[in-house]
Design a protein around this ligand. Structure first.
Ligand code: ZN
Length: 246
């Protein structure tokens, strides 16, 4: 299984890099995990958007869905062979208005996932945990069925106890790390220290920091997370277009 980072900022794009969007590839199956701003331009460097197998959305905040509309237009209007007659977009139904927008004529079809049940998408098996966020959001734990390799993606979340069990022993923990350790005030995302502590307590094999802040020194963000995670867990800030093998 491969993880390609397409966009990694939280909230809004910055310096030519978009917001949350990731390509998960297993064999010839290509899953777009969230579809933030700039996702299509970034995806084109790896794969024609018409070759996606499916899209999975953690929640409907704009920084995770901004490019959905133009993805639907591309599947409607662009010439070329498509991987599927209609692109399936998997989303939760706790927000019916946004879920309804996932279907577009001759282009895409919205498919509901039940967060309480495993979801099989091609070679991947996905389970979910509801996160702590201002809108309904679900963190997917993605397992490549054939190898058992696992990517745990926190989606957007404040820290809560259930995260540790959910992330247990993951090969890669991809963590919403929107804040530096000294963040004050309300937080709907993890701090660097919380992400590192989660990695350490869950015994994950690698920690990748994403949903990044546009300010400050990202090396400091990584250092703070590394300190909390301990020396044995590799910690790094994700790099756009980098392919992580899981
Ligand atoms: Zn969010």
């Amino acid at each position: 299984m491969q993880l390609t980072v397409l966009g990694c900022y939280g909230g809004y794009p910055h310096n030519g890099i978009g917001t949350s969007s990731y390509l998960i590839t297993s064999g010839d199956y290509h899953l777009l995990l969230d579809c933030g701003s700039g996702a299509l331009l970034a995806l084109e460097k790896q794969l024609s958007p018409l070759q996606l197998s499916a899209v999975l959305l953690t929640h409907y905040h704009h920084d995770h869905t901004a490019d959905l509309g133009v993805l639907q237009y591309e599947w409607q209007l662009a010439p070329g062979a498509k991987a599927e007659p209609l692109l399936p977009i998997y989303g939760h139904t706790a927000d019916p208005l946004n879920f309804g927008s996932l279907t577009w004529p001759d282009s895409t079809v919205g498919r509901a996932y039940n967060p309480a049940a495993p979801l099989t998408l091609g070679p991947l098996t996905i389970t979910f945990i509801p996160t702590h966020h201002p809108v309904p959001a679900y963190a997917p734990r993605i397992t490549e069925t054939a190898t058992g390799k696992t990517l745990a993606f926190t989606a957007d979340t404040a820290v809560f106890d259930g995260l540790t069990d959910w992330a247990q022993d993951a090969d890669v923990l991809l963590a919403d790390t929107n804040f530096y350790a000294d963040h004050q005030g309300p937080a709907w995302h993890l701090t660097s220290t919380q992400a590192g502590t989660l990695a350490q307590q869950a015994g994950v094999h690698r920690l990748l920091l994403t949903h990044l802040p546009q300010t400050g020194d990202l090396q400091q963000l990584a250092t703070e997370a590394q300190t909390a995670a301990g020396a044995t867990i590799p910690v790094e800030v994700v790099q756009p277009q980098f392919i992580y093998k899981i």
